[in-house]
Design a protein around this ligand. Structure first.
Ligand SMILES: CC(C)(COP(=O)(O)OP(=O)(O)OC[C@H]1O[C@@H](n2cnc3c(N)ncnc32)[C@H](O)[C@@H]1OP(=O)(O)O)[C@@H](O)C(=O)NCCC(=O)NCCS
Length: 353
């Protein structure tokens, strides 16, 4: 018998199995709720600017006593403020008296394709509840309100990743790491490896992507997306916002000779005891066989390691390029959509940041 979930067991998500005879919606109702859901006394619905969000996440997002991820304002702007974002979908809950943020969740509309069906969905991210108010059920409140607001704009499906196992993931993914500056990583106690076996050799013949590359990159990336079961339909606006290089945030390079293109984003990993930063490059997309170029570019740009998950790739390919399997896992979920065939990590084309 699987674990009992007071909230998730009542939601339109697969409960006891993942593969169904037919794909499709779980809840077909089209009931709209025009009034905001009620919050406990002393709290109010709100939104927040990126400076406030950055501060809130710094103290409350994924971390423990030894490390935290440093989500800069630029990174948040890139991740959740495409020109078409709607403030009402980036939901904050505040204390009514002090205005302090106590919970947050973002929602970005994307055209997500599951097998042969493309649907406008909300990609949910940056769910976070203040450390002082955990276990107070703010998460279900945020989710119910996000659902109500997306339904008002005729959106009935969502996609999200959660490290925890909830009812019920489409796929479980694993993270892999290509260590680059092993001297520094060893010294900081991040790992203990022989530096010679992780040395990155070679030069790259990729150049930085320019604005005039947008149509070509759009075509390459869409062709790449078309190969996967869970993927995206994109347009040039997507490329302009999420792929065009932004110094310190998103790095995109294109092959000088072939139809190959790669892009990764920067996310600093802070080691709390000594406040040292490990510069991490995280794979966004690799189109064509260009993992080696991505690692070389990450090295040349001063990153200490290059990370990716096993989505879109064969694990054998990762091992061939010197990646080591990490201890981290994540799960991909769909809200109000059931699938009729297995989706493995390598069938997923779309990275949720
Ligand atoms: C994740 C987090 C928001 C959960 O908050 P919480 O105070 O522990 O949980 P709440 O009391 O608000 O809600 C409990 C419900 O939310 C569910 N839940 C917990 N984490 C969840 C998540 N990441 N996504 C969706 N639902 C989640 C629980 O399973 C529970 O539902 P159930 O009774 O049906 O099982 C909070 O721990 C947090 O901010 N952590 C740091 C940031 C983080 O890890 N964010 C998630 C990234 S995937």
């Amino acid at each position: 018998m699987s674990k009992k979930h007071d909230f998730w067991n009542k939601q339109p998500v697969p409960q006891n199995k993942v593969i169904f005879k037919q794909d499709g919606e779980i809840d077909h109702s089209r009931e709209l709720k025009h009034d905001e859901n009620k919050l406990p006394d002393g709290y109010k619905w709100s939104s927040c600017n990126l400076t406030e969000l950055c501060e809130f996440l710094k103290y409350n997002y994924i971390q423990d006593d030894t490390f935290e991820y440093s989500y800069s304002k630029d990174l948040l702007e890139w991740a959740i403020h495409p020109p078409w974002y709607r403030d009402e979908w980036n939901i904050a809950i505040r204390k009514s008296d002090t205005n302090e943020i106590v919970a947050f969740m973002s929602g970005i509309p994307l055209d997500i394709r599951v097998n042969d069906k493309t649907m406008r969905m909300l990609q949910i991210n940056f769910l976070c509840v203040s450390k002082q108010l955990r276990d107070s059920k703010f998460t279900p409140m945020l989710i119910n309100e996000e659902k109500r607001r997306m339904n008002l704009q005729n959106i009935w499906q969502a996609a999200y990743t959660v490290t925890k196992f909830l009812p019920t993931p489409v796929a479980k993914i694993t993270y892999f790491h290509r260590l680059i500056h092993t001297d520094k990583l060893n010294e900081l106690g991040f790992c203990e490896v022989n530096k010679h076996s992780h040395h990155v050799n070679g030069e790259t013949r990729f150049r930085e992507m320019q604005e005039y590359d947008i149509p070509r990159v759009k075509k390459m990336l869409q062709n790449h997306f078309n190969k996967f079961k869970l993927s995206l339909n994109i347009n040039e606006e997507y490329i302009k916002h999420w792929i065009m290089p932004r110094k310190g945030t998103i790095y995109s390079y294109i092959s000088k000779e072939e139809d190959k293109f790669l892009t990764f984003y920067s996310l600093d990993y802070v080691m709390k005891p000594n406040n040292k930063i490990i510069k991490q490059a995280n794979a966004f997309y690799n189109v064509g066989n260009c993992l080696q170029d991505a690692i070389i570019l990450a090295r040349d740009l001063g990153f200490d390691m290059y990370n990716c998950s096993n989505i879109s790739v064969d694990e054998e390919e990762l091992k061939k390029h010197g990646f080591v399997e990490g201890t981290g896992n994540n799960h991909y979920y769909l809200w109000n959509w059931k699938i009729n065939q297995e989706i493995k990590p390598k069938d997923i084309g779309f990275v949720m940041i």
